[in-house]
Design a protein around this ligand. Structure first.
Ligand code: NAD
Length: 233
């Protein structure tokens, strides 16, 4: 049983899902699934051409529905089951692989692919089906306000109050598979360290905000995370 840590926060990024066959964000071409980020992941793009953006996420939903968790996701679940303390997962990922791995305490700060949000009434609902600018909200019954529940560039990430409290009160912060360039997530390590947490990075290569990590573990998350989790149990 681990005696040193009581509250652990994991921040996960696209790298944790790479071994499940989901491409990461920053390819050398700067494209995301063959599209320019400006065309499919900004709020301006959505207002300008909503059906183009809906179709992009409709396709992504079809791509992601059958993806399965890898040993890194499963290791987090194992830790949550056996750790004598609290374990939270703050994820930038919109895939639902932490849920599919049966993890708990998951905060999807950038939204999730299987949810739609109504810009009229603010309510979200779950679906793996398609959406369009003609989709009707099941709550307020208005048409034309539904948006994929993905946080676009230009929008506020979700659950920030809760995340900030967790960062200030955790005693271990572990970042997995994130390049450290998308804020505010890239700044979480700094907050956690400032408030006294031990900070660890597991990544293929050195993240840009590496100065704030106490320890770096370089390698594939599917190999390195299960080994690291064993040291906590
Ligand atoms: P990123 O693509 O910018 O960076 C990925 C990081 O993971 C890199 O540092 C890379 O070296 C590392 N990496 C790649 N393969 C790895 C592996 N097998 N093991 C460990 N590390 C590995 O990702 P980001 O920092 O998460 O930012 C991307 C943004 O795009 C996020 O906000 C997210 O919402 C979105 N996105 C999500 C998904 C998903 O849901 N799976 C996929 C792509 C992009």
């Amino acid at each position: 049983m681990n005696k040193k840590y009581h509250r652990i926060v994991f921040l996960t990024g696209a790298g944790i899902s790479q071994e499940s066959g989901i491409p990461t964000f920053r390819s050398e071409t700067g494209l995301w699934n063959n599209h320019r980020v400006e065309d499919v992941a900004t709020i301006e793009a959505f207002y300008k051409n909503p059906d183009f953006v809906h179709d992009f996420y409709n396709q992504m939903r079809k791509d992601l529905i059958n993806k399965t968790p890898n040993p890194a996701h499963l290791a987090l679940t194992e830790l949550q089951k056996n750790f004598d303390g609290e374990v939270y997962i703050v994820t930038q990922n919109i895939d639902t692989l932490h849920e599919k791995a049966n993890s708990q305490n998951i905060l999807h700060m950038h939204g999730q692919i299987n949810e739609l949000v109504c810009l009229n009434c603010g309510k979200t609902h779950t679906t793996w089906g398609d959406s369009s600018s003609e989709t009707t909200c099941p709550f307020c019954e208005r048409e034309g306000f539904i948006k994929p529940n993905i946080v676009f560039f230009g929008e506020m990430p979700l659950y920030m109050d809760k995340i900030e409290t967790l960062l200030k009160t955790c005693d271990l912060f572990v970042s997995i598979g994130t390049s450290g360039v998308v804020y505010p997530a890239a700044g979480f390590v700094q907050t956690a360290k400032y408030y006294g947490a031990t900070t660890i990075e597991i990544n293929l290569d050195m993240a840009s905000n590496n100065f704030f990590f106490d320890k770096h573990i370089y390698g594939k998350a599917g190999l390195e995370l299960p080994k690291f989790i064993k040291t906590l149990l």
